[in-house]
Design a protein around this ligand. Structure first.
Ligand code: URA
Length: 212
């Protein structure tokens, strides 16, 4: 597993405002989208492209276009939904599939409760969106799900991770046989006893959408 922490003053600034408990939901949503667009630039470094001739007003040259099949973006419900707009702004032609995963707050294990994804993901590059890499259970389950369907290149975009979660994810994905990259805006100190990232930003879903 390849881990990339994006170091850029704009990313750090936006992440700091996002962490602030005084930041309201509309601002939190907008900042999440902006951060994801910045992270997506790094996360799509290996997106597949195909050479293509292009006629400029002056001459013909060879450039590239995104290859088909198109990249597949997979937000994990519910908090990953807040990251979708920021991702599709950068790759408007991407397809979008959905994966609903819920964490059992006692066992901290992840279970799938909804999915809308192609049955066959052979040859697909997938971009999984989940803001908080806490215990790593949800993300590992999502990556395993996509790999089982044939995805052959998986990149996870998260805002914040805990070191314990990253190490667990690494262990769970070892031997999967599919290249997996995790792109982060920040690595925090630790998980607390109930699986929240410290200092973190609290419950990302609640801060995006309210406590429902
Ligand atoms: N999910 C969140 O939203 N926040 C955390 O800190 C951990 C998991």
């Amino acid at each position: 597993m390849d881990l990339r922490i994006v170091e850029h003053p704009l990313v750090s600034h936006k992440l700091t405002v996002l962490r602030d408990q005084a930041t309201d939901s509309p601002t939190f949503r907008r900042l999440t989208e902006e951060l994801v667009t910045l992270l997506a630039y790094e996360a799509t470094r290996e997106v597949r492209v195909t050479p293509q001739a292009v006629q400029t007003p002056l001459a013909t040259t060879v450039g590239v276009r995104l290859s088909t099949p198109r990249p597949l973006v997979v937000p994990i419900l519910r908090a990953g939904l807040g990251m979708l707009e920021g991702m599709t702004r950068l790759i408007p032609t991407a397809e979008v599939g959905f994966l609903g995963m819920v964490r059992n707050e006692e066992t901290l294990e992840a279970a799938t409760y909804a999915e809308r994804l192609p049955d066959d993901l052979s040859g697909r590059q997938c971009y999984v969106l989940d803001p908080m890499l806490a215990t790593g259970g949800t993300l590992a389950a999502a990556v395993q799900f996509l790999a089982k369907r044939g995805a052959d290149h998986i990149t996870c975009i998260c805002l914040i991770a805990a070191p314990e979660g990253v190490e667990r994810l690494r262990g769970l994905l070892d031997g999967l046989g599919v290249p997996c990259t995790v792109v982060l805006a920040g690595m925090d100190e630790k998980l607390n006893e109930v699986g929240y990232i410290v200092p973190g930003l609290g419950d990302a879903g609640d801060r995006l959408y309210g406590v429902v």
